[in-house]
Design a binder for this molecule. Structure first.
Ligand SMILES: Cc1cc2nc3c(=O)[nH]c(=O)nc-3n(C[C@H](O)[C@H](O)[C@H](O)COP(=O)(O)OP(=O)(O)OC[C@H]3O[C@@H](n4cnc5c(N)ncnc54)[C@H](O)[C@@H]3O)c2cc1C
Length: 381
């Protein structure tokens, strides 16, 4: 459906979940003239999107395990390109999202770490992100706080970071300024496909009717009656994080080694992450894990050992069974769509996923990236 057709018929679209996978398509669809309502289970959206560090790191993430960027890495690099534009749009609307296009500096402290740098270099080359293997001396000129004990360093100039909580605020404002709204404390418990549209039931017996629905409920998407099949496709992966107070801002780029990443916000806060705990869905931080992360961060930047911990939290990543996001129609009539399963890369992939999904919903041209992420890949499972 094109924008001109929308002016004759204004589709009613319900979005389940006010994380980045719900808010971003909601904001785009509202801007394009749809009547959009987001239903969020909690009093505020404090899921994985709220918990995330905000690294936009397609190559650094690929290099954790492999050197071939694959469909996920290429989609990530495409989304990184969209981020630049969106950061400017948000700023133009008065919403700074802490856009920091200052690259990533990866360091190694042992042979395994060096192999990881080599994998990441190859991935970044394949994605055209301008990686450079540099000596420790050069790395310490760029980031003087880097430990002198590092034995290898890789700079990826084109990676970036944002503050996901500010992005969520910006998207909420964008949505509302285009006539959309968000209903908090509305947990969807069932989805009923009807000949004329879709009916959603909430936990306090309220029902909502729509022409189309986007399921963006994070790792809990399969808890809703009517889409139970999603439960077998999504697994929770808990991640714990901490915030340090570093008033003198010792680093500029995102810095990471094999065991920790450091994301400066540029305002005296440094975000350190993260644990990866498959199967756990409680969002409680544990002091022993937080202390271990702090120690790992101080191995990369020793000055951080003295920094005060000012906050700690946890979130639950939605991981699909094959590690790829699930984006597209969940049934043949084009009334129910998923935007889920973005695991470690949801902040990075959010704009590309939203644009691709909105094009599907509005019947615009199909994205060349769509096939590997289609829910249809599970049809034979
Ligand atoms: C610690 C941590 C660090 C991360 N760091 C990064 C990073 O640096 N870069 C990156 O790209 N990605 C990162 N990620 C991954 C990224 O955060 C996720 O992939 C992404 O946020 C998932 O977004 P989502 O909207 O699918 O899920 P969520 O943000 O969890 O949103 C789902 C929403 O749906 C709501 N909901 C659930 N069930 C219902 C229901 N039945 N009815 C209504 N609402 C419902 C929930 O309350 C929630 O608000 C990180 C994740 C974690 C946990």
């Amino acid at each position: 459906m094109t924008i001109s057709k929308l002016s004759a018929f204004r589709p009613r679209i319900l979005v389940i979940g006010a994380g980045l996978m719900g808010l971003w398509p909601a904001a785009i669809l509202a801007q394009k003239g749809c009547a959009v309502t987001v239903l969020e289970a909690n009093p505020s959206a404090i899921g994985a999107s709220w918990a995330a560090a905000g690294m936009l790191a397609p190559a650094s993430e690929v290099g954790e395990t492999q050197d071939d960027p694959g469909s996920l890495g290429r989609f990530g690099a495409h989304s990184l390109g969209l981020w630049q534009d969106w950061a400017q749009r948000f700023a133009g609307g008065g919403h700074e999202v802490c856009w920091r296009p200052f690259g990533a500096l990866l360091s190694a402290f042992d042979d395994q770490g060096l192999q990881r740098l080599e994998r990441t270099h190859r991935a970044a080359m394949a994605l055209d992100l301008h990686p450079k293997t540099i000596s420790i001396e050069v790395a310490r000129q760029q980031e003087p706080a880097l430990s002198a004990k590092a034995i290898g360093a890789l700079c990826i100039a084109d990676e970036a970071s944002v503050d996901p909580r500010l992005v969520m605020q910006a998207l909420q404002a964008w949505l509302q300024s285009h006539g959309g709204n968000i209903l908090f404390n509305h947990r969807v418990v069932d989805i009923d496909l009807r000949p004329s549209g879709v009916s959603l039931g909430c936990d306090h017996d309220q029902r909502f009717e729509a022409d189309q629905v986007i399921l963006a409920a994070g790792f809990q998407a399969g808890d809703i009656n009517g889409v139970d099949a999603m439960a077998a496709r999504l697994h929770p992966v808990k991640g714990q994080m901490l915030e340090l107070s570093v008033p003198d801002n010792p680093i500029r780029a995102v810095m990471r080694d094999a065991h920790a990443y450091l994301v400066p916000r540029g305002d005296g806060r440094m975000i350190i992450g993260a644990t990866s705990e498959p199967g756990l869905e409680d969002a409680r931080p544990h002091e022993a894990d937080i202390a271990a992360l702090h120690t790992r961060a101080a191995k990369v930047v020793p000055a951080l050992a003295q920094a005060r911990i000012t906050d700690r939290w946890a979130g639950v990543r939605p991981q699909s069974v094959d590690g790829l996001p699930i984006i597209g129609p969940l049934e043949a009539t084009g009334r129910l769509f998923a935007n889920a399963g973005h695991h470690r890369n949801g902040v990075l992939l959010a704009p590309a996923s939203a644009h691709m999904l909105c094009d599907m919903i509005l019947d615009d041209d199909a994205s060349p990236f769509a096939t590997p992420f289609s829910p249809a890949r599970f049809a034979s499972c």
